[in-house]
Design a protein around this ligand. Structure first.
Ligand SMILES: Cc1ncc(COP(=O)(O)O)c(C=O)c1O
Length: 430
């Protein structure tokens, strides 16, 4: 996109003639075989609600939560608590009376702190007005989908993919095209040419989650540049999910679109305090967008949640200001844990293991496994290890299982030994 791209042009790209005709509404959700709710079956809910697919990750977790013998590796979170400084800041904010509504875009102090964080860590200047504070990364994704998508718009995503990304786009009415990563030369890899071919005339957005959940695939700078250039030329939004940006190996952060684009490019980054600061339960995230989206995102925030909680934002400010040692400690822990999965699983007959380049998941293939949900349930019942089934991550995920390795080494080793025994026995016909 040319420098100084004016807002009217962004608006016209939102609704104007440069896009082709709308596609028909999405096909019924392939992951849902029957209406989940009785009311939906009777036609008494919206089509959106009727079309929702249950999270298959939750499905397994619900079967095992509360069982003391189970090692839970199903969700994307570690076992370590949030930074003390965040807990203390929230406590102080509550004691000091931070009990009230907040500005829709977030506390000014937090937006400024996020801007300073981007300068310090990514060496990129972000005007605080470009930042919208959200009540989680998940909510950031939902707001971005609401801001960009009209029913029938095409959204190109890369799979296997965290199910919430696909579903939130679908809830907004997107026609989702899923482009597959493939294992090649010992890593998950992206065919950028084919991805670009998928970005058709009436594509509204391309979604890149890098490092990716569940594969750990991490876009190279060249891959990002090729997609950015194509999006610029075709006036297509690039939505970058940078939730795992700091969970990478041998570097401070993974290659990221924000550092390779201009403030007025059609680029939006979505991020969260959940992963790098181990704050999953706090529900705090943020969006970085062109300045012209500040007002629409503030309105969408108003009508969705009317602002993230103040004392939680206070914790976020403290985490940004003084939490870098906590991020570094998590990075060290993960760097020590990542090889354990390979050591235990790489040589097991029938297991196809690829070392993740980022995030904290092992997403491994199992020869001959056609029903990952049934296998994950069987592993839960027989080994007491809770995994996420590959099918949860879309059609390209079946045949795989995901484990989150953010656990103490002894716990992870026990889980991996049980899994290795399970697959050994399966391969031996047991
Ligand atoms: C790829 C990706 N994006 C965003 C999120 C959102 O995280 P949260 O809603 O906890 O902020 C997650 C959480 O697992 C994720 O895996």
């Amino acid at each position: 996109m040319p420098r100084g791209f004016p807002f009217w042009a962004i608006l016209s790209s939102l609704s104007g003639p440069i896009r082709g005709p709308r596609l028909p509404p999405p096909e019924p959700n392939p992951r849902r075989t029957a209406p989940v709710f009785e009311l939906s079956a009777r036609g008494m809910t919206s089509r959106r609600a009727a079309d929702l697919a249950p999270s298959l990750i939750r499905d397994i977790a619900n079967a095992g939560i509360g069982r003391r013998d189970v090692i839970p590796l199903w969700f994307g979170e570690g076992c370590w608590p949030s930074p003390d400084i965040a807990v203390e800041a929230a406590r102080r904010a509550l004691a000091d009376g931070d009990h009230f509504y907040q500005p829709n875009s977030g506390k000014t102090e937090l937006r400024e702190e996020l801007s300073a964080y981007h300068r310090r860590i990514y060496d990129v200047e972000i005007d605080p007005r470009r930042i919208t504070v959200t009540a989680s990364g998940m909510q950031a994704l939902a707001l971005v989908a609401q801001a960009l998508i009209d029913p029938g718009d095409r959204a190109v995503i890369i799979g296997p993919v965290w199910p919430n990304i696909r579903e939130t786009l679908r809830i907004s009415g997107a026609f989702v095209i899923e482009h597959a990563l493939r294992p090649a030369s010992g890593r998950w890899s992206l065919d950028v040419g084919r991805l670009i071919d998928d970005i058709g005339e009436n594509t509204r957005l391309v979604f890149i989650n890098s490092p990716a959940n569940p594969t750990g695939w991490t876009a190279t700078p060249d891959e990002l540049d090729a997609v950015i250039e194509h999006c610029r030329r075709n006036k297509v939004w690039l939505v970058a999910d940078d939730a795992y940006s700091r969970l990478c190996y041998g570097r401070r952060y993974a290659p990221c679109a924000l550092t390779r684009t201009e403030p007025d490019d059609l680029v939006i980054s979505v991020s969260t305090f959940s992963k790098a600061w181990s704050m999953t339960g706090w529900r705090l995230g943020w969006i970085t967008a062109p300045a012209e989206l500040e007002a629409p995102l503030a309105m969408l925030t108003e009508y969705n949640i009317a602002g993230a909680p103040g004392f939680v934002q206070a914790a976020g400010i403290a985490a940004l200001r003084d939490g870098e040692p906590d991020v570094a400690l998590l990075q060290q822990r993960l760097a020590a844990l990542r090889p354990l999965a390979g050591e235990h699983l790489a040589g097991v007959p029938g297991v196809r293991y690829l070392e993740p380049e980022g995030a904290f998941y092992s997403f491994f293939g199992v020869d001959g496994m056609t029903d990952s949900v049934a296998t994950a349930k069987h592993i839960l019942a027989t080994c007491g290890v809770g995994l996420a089934p590959g099918r949860a991550f879309g059609p390209h995920g079946e045949g795989h299982l995901r484990l989150c390795f953010a656990q103490p080494p002894e716990t992870l080793t026990t889980a991996l030994e049980r899994l290795a025994d399970y697959f050994d026995a399966t391969a031996a016909g047991g």
